[in-house]
Design a protein around this ligand. Structure first.
Ligand code: NI
Length: 136
């Protein structure tokens, strides 16, 4: 390997390259249904959340949503069916489709990828809506 011919831009970009250790991030979370930002990808945030019991019914008019289960089993209710998403599985929710994520009483660890402007409660603003997302 040779390092001496790399450009300054390459080296500057390289200085931002850092892996995300999900177990470390999850260990800092103490609140359920509160997403935290752990990374960025194009115009999306990579987020993590710990969830338990029922969330609210909502939809995202203009954005698709990705749920990847890191631990436990997430249930996503739609108006006519429920999808069970287990550890290591991913579900994407189409834009404009009402859904309600929930768990069966257990704590579930999630990784989410969403456009930066997405609100996790979609078009619904409740006391559970987190207006300003924080990085952890
Ligand atoms: Ni949603």
């Amino acid at each position: 390997m040779q390092y001496q011919n790399f450009s300054l831009i390459y080296l500057l970009k390289l200085s931002t390259v850092e892996k995300i250790v999900l177990t470390e991030k999850f260990s800092k979370i103490t609140v359920h249904w509160h997403p935290y930002i752990v990374g960025e990808l194009n115009d999306n945030f990579i987020k993590v959340a710990k969830v338990k019991d029922d969330f609210v019914w909502h939809k995202h008019e203009r954005e698709e949503e990705l749920f990847m289960v890191q631990k436990g089993t997430l249930f996503i209710d739609f108006r006519n069916k429920t999808v069970e998403v287990k550890q290591g599985e991913i579900l994407t929710v189409p834009k404009g489709v009402e859904h309600r994520p929930r768990t069966n009483g257990e704590e579930v660890l999630l990784l989410l990828i969403e456009p930066k402007k997405t609100k996790h409660t979609g078009d619904l603003v409740t006391e559970r809506t987190v207006e300003r997302l924080e990085w952890i």
